[in-house]
Every structure is written in C-alpha cells, then in structure tokens.
Design a protein around this ligand. Sequence first.
Ligand code: GLA
Length: 721
Amino acid sequence: MIKIFSDYVKIDGESVSLIIKNYSGRAFLVYFGKRLGDAENYEVFDRGSWQSDASNDDGPLSPVVFGSVSEYSSLEPFVRFHDDRGVFCNRFKYVKAEKIDGFYSPLPTSRDKGETVKLTFSDEILKVTVYQYYTVFKGGNVIAAHSEVVNTSDGVITVDGLSSLQLDFVSDKADITYFSGTWKSEFQKKRVEISGGRFEIDSKLGISSATHNPFFTVKLCDKILAFNLIWSGNHKETVEVSPYGRVRIQTGINDYNFNYKLKIGERLVSPEAIFTVSESDDDITREMQNFALKHIVNPKFAYRERPVLINNWEGTGFDFDGEKIYEMAKTAKKVGIELFVLDDGWFGKRDNDLSGLGDWYDNEKKTGGLKILADKIRSLGMKFGLWVEPEMISEDSDLYRAHPEWAMKIPNVTPLRRRSQLCIDICNPDVRKYLTKTLIKLFKDVGADYVKWDHNRAMSDIYSAMLENQGEYFYKYYVGLYSMLAEITAALPDVLFESCASGGSRYDLGMLYYMPQNWASDNTNAYDRLFIQEGVLTAYPQSCMGAHVAGYRKSTPVISLESMFNVASIGAFGYEFDITKATEKQLETIENQVEYYKEHRQLLQYGDYFMLGKGLTESETGGWIVVSKDKTEAVAVIITREIGSKRYRPLFKLKGLDDNAFYKVTMRPQDNVEEVVEFTAYGDALNSYGVDIEDIRWRETDAKETSTAFCSRMFYIKKIR
Ligand code: GLA
C-alpha cells in the first residue's frame, strides 16, 4: 500500500513501512522499519535535524533518498553525469511524488507488482531529470526500487554512475554479511563490521560472479536490512559510515568502466533492487525466498515439482558415445530417476574444451543421432535434457571460421582466452538473431524437456563494432541477453531451464527470472557443499538450487552415499556420476533414496526453509529443516562435524514447528547406520529444547570413523494431533 500525504510518501509492506518526507524541496528518508500507522503529519520526524542546506563538510546531516555530486557531502553520490563541457555538478530539487500504473524497463523487473510510486527530481544545473521508483507487492515485506535518468537538457550528457537504491540511516556502525567466493567455493558467508569508512562488494567480470553475490545484509543496532538485485552483470554495493553517525547503503550496476551517453530525450533505466527489513535472520531468508518464487521465477515453474535427474558430466566428461549414454539412462531409470541431462560434448567437434563452441549441431558420429538418442531415452519413460553454452565461441569452430567478427574482441588485438574460448558479442543483433533461431530450432527438433545454459568464463576484451561507445557494453550486453532469453523461453514454454556459470558464478535474480534453476557449484563434494548451499539458501529458494549426489568415489575423507543424499536433497535434486559402475548394493541405496525423495519432494522443494542453529559456517553442528506451510509435516537434516574419538551428544533445536502440535519424529533409515530412531514430542519442546538423540552414535559403518568428513541424519516429522 502506498499513500501520498502533503509532505510524506508512505510505502507499506505487510509489516514494514518506508517513509519519505519532503522538506524544502529535498526528499529525506525519515523511516524504514516496522510498519507504522498512518498519520497526516508525523510530527515526531520534524524534531530531527532536517536540513535543506548543507552546514558542514558531510552535510546534509539527515538521511536522503539519494545523494548527489556537490551537495557538499563526502558520502557516495547516487548518480553521476556530465555534459559535453565536462560540468559534473548537480543541484537536485525534489519535484513531486505520484502513483503510477506501470513503468518501462528494458530489463527484467519483478512480476505481479502491487503499487508503484514515482519520485521526480530535477537537476537545476544540468537540467537533467532523475526518477526514483518504489514498488510494493500484495503480501510480504519486500520492496523493489529502481531509478531512471532522462536527458531533459538541450545537449548530450554522459551518465558515469547510477545506483538502483540508496538507503540512509542514523547509526554509527554497520555489521555487513555478504557472500563471496571463487569457482568451486561459491557463497562463502563473510562478515565485517565497520564504524567508519566505506565497504564495497562488487563484480567487474561481466557476470554477477562468485566473487561477490549481489545479495547482502546490513545489521544496524535495531534492525537487519537485506538487499538483492535483479541483474546479472557487473554490480556494486557500498555501505558507508560517516563520522557524523550516518550509514549510507547503495546497490546497483557497477560504475567500473561504465559510461552511458544520452542524447536529448533518451533515458537510462537501472536494474531493480529489492530490499526488506526485519529483526530476524530467519524472516529475511523467508522474505527473500518467497519473493523469488512469487515475483521472479517464471510462474509456470515457480511451484512445480522438479524432476530427479542424472547428468553425465562428472561420470564421463567428454568421453562418451550414444551407447554409453543410453546404458546410463537405462540404469538410472531402474532406480527411479526421471530425467537424463546430456552435458558438454554432444555437438560440433567437441572431444575436449579446445574446440566446438558455437557449432550447436549434433555430432552424429558420437551420439549416434541426437534425436534418436533422445527418443530412445524418452521411450524408457524418462525426460531428456541438453547442455549448451551459447554466449561463447571457440576459435576452432565452423561458426568462428564463418564469423570471426562475432567474437568479443578488440580489432587488431589478440584476445585473452579462458578455457581456450572467447565470449561471443551479444551486443551484435545479428549474433542474437542467429543464436535465438538456431537454439529454438535445436531444442524443438530434439524435443528437449530441459536445457542447461552454461557460461564458463569471465569477460575480457570488451568491444563491439555495433556500439559507438564501449562504456555501454556491460549494460547493453544484458539488455540483449535478456531479450534473447525472453524470446527463447517464450518459444519453449514447457522447457525447464537451468542456468550455470562454471557452477554458481551467475547465481542471481536476473538469470532466475528466465531460468527457474541454477547450478550452485562445480564443487560437488558433499562436505564443501554444506557451506556453499547454506550460503545460497540464505537468499534463494531450495527448488531453484541444483544439488547432486556426485564427487562419488573421489572424495577424501570418505563421505557416505547416504550423507551425500542428505546434503543434496535440499535442492533440485539429482545424481552426477557413472551410474553403470555402481554396485548392486549402491543401486539399492540409490533406489531407496529416490523413493524417499519423491515421497517428500513437495516438502523438500517448497517447504519453508530454516537453517538450524548458527549454521555450519559458524559451528560444528547444524543442518536445516523444511516445514510445510500448515506445519503438519517437516523434514530435517542434522549434521555434526564433531566426530571421531569425541563422543558427542548434540541437542538440535528445530525451528518453524507448531508449538502446540504433537509430532512423531522418524529417522530415515540409512544403509550405513544401525540405529532406529522414532519418538514423539510437542512442537514447543522440539523448537525450544531440541532433539536429544542419545541413541545415535555419530558413526557411519561404511566410512572409516576417523576419516569421515561429517555425519548426518535425516528425519521426517509428522503432526499426529
Ligand atoms: C561447467 C559446468 C559443469 C559442466 C562443464 C562442461 O564447468 O559448471 O557442470 O557442464 O562446464 O564443460
């Protein structure tokens, strides 16, 4: 609900309010927190030190909707631009606030919007107009915001930086949690507290990147704020604490090697940022996850159960043929697996990663005919999926030989190769047209049910002959990519897409908008996955996170097949190894796992997710629980890393259960544990006291106790009255 009073704009979520006050032509952000009642005039806010004129080097002292260049502030400006004389100073006036029905954006923006308010700011020096938009939604406490610069001047202007959202607060310190990492070590939770200076996370790699995910939270003394971006390219988030006790938070596209020219009348629209406020980390997670399902993921798939899949990549690499794939599919079918995903190596000349990218046609000699293979797998009663990496090109490919100018490279400069490949120039409309047509035809011809869309290198040698100004490259790349993805996914409405970028290097809401799943990491070791997945699930729904039983045989120390299952089952679940090499006993275990997963699939994929305890990143014991919306059933996995000689007897407090309900707790039978655990308890005891499982010896019989990386158990919890 949005209300505009004479001096105020009040933007309400279900239980949060954001209040903006007009004070002498400036827009102050006077409140963001727990929902307040409506008032014509909040006199309490007039008691603050609101100042329209700067009175010191860090002025204005009060939190503003956006900070600008030369308002006599040392704090980071929200928007920067200059004219052709090089003049870069602004003097913004807050003109008006109005409710609007919708807005234009060339980028994906949240679905199923509630109300939007548009604030107009006019720069008296350069005569440029800036709009700031806030959108609220029915139910939930997430607000979306973005900005727009319109060149209302009488000459060309160049935008040098533009945030999507700024929030200012009165506080002298900020405690920031963010998720950073590398290839195979994505989403590592990090914390930093600042009481001065500026802290920044960003990406400069052309993809949102594993380096810093755009999701982050900021704890101020009495509240937790959380932010994310609907954007897949370079981003920048800053948190700044001024010596005057002000905290400024900004998020948006990165101004690194960015500048954008606007002719008279032209505009630049920022990606949408989403944000919320709460007093609890659990609420933040649930708000962010629910928002993604309701307002980001394609509604057709948002609540649809995801198939149990098998992917051949870790099992075969490039070394396979049609017969091998069919054998794998047959064995997989026997244990109940529903979808076969044929990964890299089925196309062009591609027996290693030196060649072939761009040639999106069947290598018939290898596959024995892709369509024939897909049909054979389908006739087993399975679905069929295919891997592609369309934003790349190998120099050793027919496509490159025909169109060397389609690669992303600077004229007369030898481009940098990564994984022996170049990026393709998505800013070129011919490239987009060619790829869109080729891929739609390919997926239709093969009858693909599932597509894994990969992106395996960071961008370098940024240049497109199609652009007059290369400073616009990073932005226009994504405008182009998103338009392609919109066209491809619309032409194939029943195909489930999974996004991947060397694992989780483009795990963001922009990609999730088109592709309901994202591969979390190329690191499939179940121990490492504990931390990666805990990070991912802080902000993204479990049904969107690809998680496989894999790394099988390779892991040291030993991780049991049962623990691998317990870890992977909190995602869009599958297997990824050469299943034809599994023993009868292992196949029996897998069959039981698949059956158990299917039985509880709805709950595992769409139940309310809670991390248990402080989380495994911060403590030796932890895990997760998913609870049905009506709290009648739940599945929990509890994990201990405290094993070996120490006889550990942890108490695990569960979360989210109905305090007054009486539950039966049953441990999932594992092939490597002897105990049978079954007991009853009230929800309040399980939530507040915990699960006291003295009969569990934290040991697994198929792993050498001292070399086991961790032990895990899964429980089904059912309300009996
Ligand atoms: C990337 C992906 C893997 C696999 C390979 C294939 O690394 O993350 O899952 O698809 O590419 O080359």
